[in-house]
Design a protein around this ligand. Structure first.
Ligand SMILES: [Zn+2]
Length: 156
């Protein structure tokens, strides 16, 4: 039966596309996790360096402080403080992005085909009525999300 076959193909094409989107999101999550891990460990390094530098500063051992900072590519103590602050902001930013992606994977995304509306314009034409032109749109449920406006990315 060609008709039944046609329906089967259409459905699996959609699930393939959803699967592709899901894999993209999982890839993105993996990349973000790697980036977050390395950013956190860099932050730890900077914190340790900051603590060591602070001790030298308090002790008035400016020669050792200068040598320590120099070895890490910093000219001034202030530069290290700024780098530490930037690193902290980066970690927060990456954590938020990762949280967003994880939520998408868990709770789904807005359907990219209908933009979450749930319906799509099948056909649009214009009719003259008196002196007016009236647009007439034929709508149908979005096939991609089956009218729900959302795509579930959870792997079943
Ligand atoms: Zn849709």
């Amino acid at each position: 039966m060609p008709l039944a076959l046609g329906i089967v193909v259409a459905v699996s094409e959609e699930s393939l596309e959803i699967e592709k989107i899901r894999l993209e999101y999982e890839e993105r999550r993996k990349d973000l996790q790697t980036l977050l891990d390395s950013s956190k460990s860099r932050e730890c390094q900077l914190i340790a360096l900051y603590e060591e530098s602070r001790k030298l500063w308090i002790a008035g051992n400016f020669k050792a402080l200068s040598e320590l900072l120099d070895a890490e590519g910093f000219h001034y103590f202030r530069e290290l403080k700024e780098a530490l602050q930037r690193q902290g902001e980066k970690v927060v930013d990456l954590s938020e992005k990762l949280g967003g992606i994880s939520r998408n994977l868990e709770k789904g995304i807005v359907c990219p085909k209908c933009d979450g509306v749930g319906t799509v314009v099948l056909e649009k034409r214009y009719e003259r009525s008196g002196g007016q032109i009236i647009p007439i749109a034929k709508m149908q449920d979005c096939e991609f999300c089956r009218g729900s406006g959302k795509i579930t990315l959870r792997s079943s």
